[in-house]
Design a protein around this ligand. Sequence first.
Ligand SMILES: CC(C)(COP(=O)(O)OP(=O)(O)OC[C@H]1O[C@@H](n2cnc3c(N)ncnc32)[C@H](O)[C@@H]1OP(=O)(O)O)[C@@H](O)C(=O)NCCC(=O)NCCS
Length: 179
Amino acid sequence: MTKVVIDSVRLEDVINTRHTILRAGQPRSSCYYPEDSYKNTIHYAAFIDDVLMGCASVYKESHPDFSLKQSWRLRGMAVHQDLQGQGIGTQLLETCINHAIKNKADVIWCNARDNAVKFYKKSGFKIIGDEFELPNIGPHFLLAKNLGIHIGQTHFLKIAKKLFSKNQTVPVPQSRVKS
Ligand SMILES: CC(C)(COP(=O)(O)OP(=O)(O)OC[C@H]1O[C@@H](n2cnc3c(N)ncnc32)[C@H](O)[C@@H]1OP(=O)(O)O)[C@@H](O)C(=O)NCCC(=O)NCCS
C-alpha cells in the first residue's frame, strides 16, 4: 500500500473531509464541533503524497454518564470513500489512542455510527448501553476503550455499565449530539 503519513493539523484542514464524509448535504457550519475549541484538542490527518485523505480529532472530555477520571473523546473520524478499508482509519485511531495514553487517559470513548462499530471493536472498544438515535445522522452506540493500566478489562466494563445504567431512562444528553 502507498505510504500513509499521519500528522497533527489545524482545525481548518479537517473541515472539508468532515463535510464530505460525515456531513454530506448539511451546512459546512455543522462540521465545527464545540469541542474543537477545547484547550487540549488535537486534530490528526492522514496524508498520501501530501494529500489529506482522512482525519480524526481527540479531546479531553468526560462523558456525562461515564465519569471515569481522565476521559478522552474521539470525534470526526473519516476516511475518503475510495480509500476506506485499507487501514488508514486504524492508523488514525491508533494515533489518537496513543495521544490519549501519553496524556494519562484512563478511558477513550466515542459515539459511533452503527456502521462503524466493527471498526472500533477491532481496536478494543466495547459497546456500552443501548443504541440511540442522533437527529440527521442515524443510529449510534457509545463505545469506550479502557486505557487505565490499573483497571482490569472486566472490572472496567462493570464500572462503565453501572455508571451508564444509572441514566438509562434519561433522554440522550446534549453532549451526545453528533458523532
Ligand atoms: C469508519 C472509517 C473511519 C474506518 O476507516 P477505514 O480506513 O475504512 O478502516 P480500516 O481500513 O482501518 O478498517 C479496519 C477494520 O474495520 C473494518 N471496517 C472499517 N470500516 C467499516 C465499516 N464501515 N463497516 C464494517 N467494518 C468496517 C474493516 O473491515 C477492517 O477490518 P478488517 O481488517 O477485518 O478488514 C471509514 O470507513 C469511514 O470514514 N467511514 C465513513 C464515515 C464514518 O462512518 N466514520 C465513523 C464515524 S463514528
